[in-house]
Design a protein around this ligand. Structure first.
Ligand code: GLU
Length: 429
């Protein structure tokens, strides 16, 4: 027997058969195809197209020499700055003691599930990693159904239906808005109603607000305003600050759940030790905000709003089920109305749909089945991020702020996304 090849039998049952995360796998596959000389439009991985804002890059340079291990829960100055950020942007009352910093919010999500003993409730569709994380740890996943006609948003009735089966059971509910994969978000009344049912069942709400600053109108509201005692707000630098590869995530955890934060830091101390020091110093300037960051965010929102609207409108014209997005940089189109046509091409599942579009049109996307949707439903996620965000921001700055970015702008500065959508539309025929 070749000892380098571990037979399955020696693998922990929870990870047996688990593949590499779909978002990362599609990115690596797209890069391989590009290397082979194939034309590939990368709408697979949801990576911010925008650069890290200059003041944040400058702070990283200045702090490159920071070599010491930092405190497990994070640099105190950064924790205080994140608390101030939530006071300033959401009117929430956190102190630095309520904040924990980690190497990406994904890692913090993993360890909170590890230390809290409860079921994980997630809406379908949901981001690709929530359910596998629960599976690795050995937690039960309860999928909460949503409907396309309600923009795939979770309702208090659905939560009530699940929780009333066993009212005192401990549970974490993941809410994510603006949403990955759908691009839709919740308004204040919807959040208030969700808060009410969460309070009724003492649910820990893990509110993944990493796309909050990319709400297309700049009007993101946290559910922590309505359910402060039971909400953990998750965020980080990856999406709104263009720094996915820097790996910095934040959790804001209310005093009532301090025991959870403390235990998370025990796990952190025994696993990743502390988050990278230079990155934490640089992150202070990102969360402090200021004019340069505000301008950067304003232009980022303006661009993703114009581009997301354009993509949705093009697909709607072709009869695909989708609406204009409200935040972030994703669309979750439903090709169900075209089923008859697609079946003639031998396409019956979302995976077959994505595979064929990649092979025949060169556009990489992810099947809805990766997001917890039934394999036979013809939904896909596309990330409209394949463009040079630095160039796009510089050009947008030259266009008066009251003007919308038009088709000509999008074609010039977000060309690959425009071409990709045109390819998909041509492919539909
Ligand atoms: N969140 C991004 C996505 O959904 C990519 C990063 C990741 O999945 O870890 O595509």
């Amino acid at each position: 027997m070749n000892t380098n090849q571990q037979p399955d039998i020696h693998l922990n049952l929870n990870v047996r058969g688990l593949p590499v995360s779909a978002t990362l796998a599609i990115n690596e596959r797209s890069n391989e195809l590009l290397k082979e000389g194939r034309q590939v439009y990368k709408l697979g991985l949801g990576q911010s197209p925008f650069p890290v804002p200059q003041p944040v890059v400058d702070m990283l340079k200045v702090n490159a020499h920071q070599k010491d291990y930092l405190p497990v829960k994070g640099l105190m100055e950064l924790r205080n700055t994140v608390a101030d950020y939530y006071r300033r942007t959401q009117g929430l009352d956190y102190s630095g003691e309520d904040i924990i910093i980690g190497p990406g919010s994904k890692e913090l999500m993993f360890i909170v599930q590890l230390v809290y003993y409860g079921d994980l409730m997630i809406p379908t569709p949901s981001w690709v990693s929530y359910a596998p994380q629960a599976q690795i740890i050995g937690r039960q996943v309860k999928w909460i159904d949503t409907t396309e006609s309600n923009k795939w948003l979770i309702t208090p009735e659905e939560i009530d239906k699940e929780c009333s089966k066993d009212p005192s059971r401990p549970r974490i509910l993941i809410l994510n808005y603006p949403n990955n994969p759908t691009g839709y978000t919740y308004g204040p009344e919807q959040l208030e109603a969700l808060a009410e049912v969460a309070r009724k069942y003492k649910i820990v709400v893990l509110s993944d607000e990493i796309y909050g600053e990319l709400h297309h109108e700049g009007k993101h509201i946290s559910i922590a305003r309505y359910y402060p005692e039971g909400t953990i707000i998750s965020s980080g630098l990856s999406k709104w600050c263009g720094a996915g590869g820097w790996r910095l995530g934040t959790f804001a955890i209310p005093r009532t759940l301090r025991w959870l934060l403390d235990k998370m830091s025990v796990v952190a101390s025994e696993t990743y030790t502390a988050t990278s020091a230079p990155i934490q110093y640089a992150a202070v300037s990102a969360f402090k905000g200021g004019l340069a960051i505000e301008n950067y965010l304003w232009q980022s929102r303006r661009i993703v709003k114009a581009l997301g609207t354009w993509c949705a409108d093009m697909l709607i014209e072709k009869g695909v089920g989708v609406e204009r997005p409200m935040g972030g940089f994703y669309l979750f189109p439903d090709f169900e109305p075209l089923r008859e046509k697609l079946e003639k091409k031998g396409i019956y599942t979302s995976s077959e749909l994505c595979e064929t579009i990649l092979n025949e049109a060169g556009v990489a996307m992810l099947p809805g089945s990766e997001f917890g949707r039934p394999e036979k439903e013809l939904t896909v996620r596309l990330a409209y991020v394949d463009f040079d965000g630095a160039r796009a921001i510089t050009a947008a700055e030259q266009i008066p702020s009251e003007e919308e970015l038009n088709g000509e702008y999008l074609r010039t500065y977000c060309g690959n996304v425009v071409k990709a959508i045109e390819k998909v539309c041509d492919w539909i025929g």
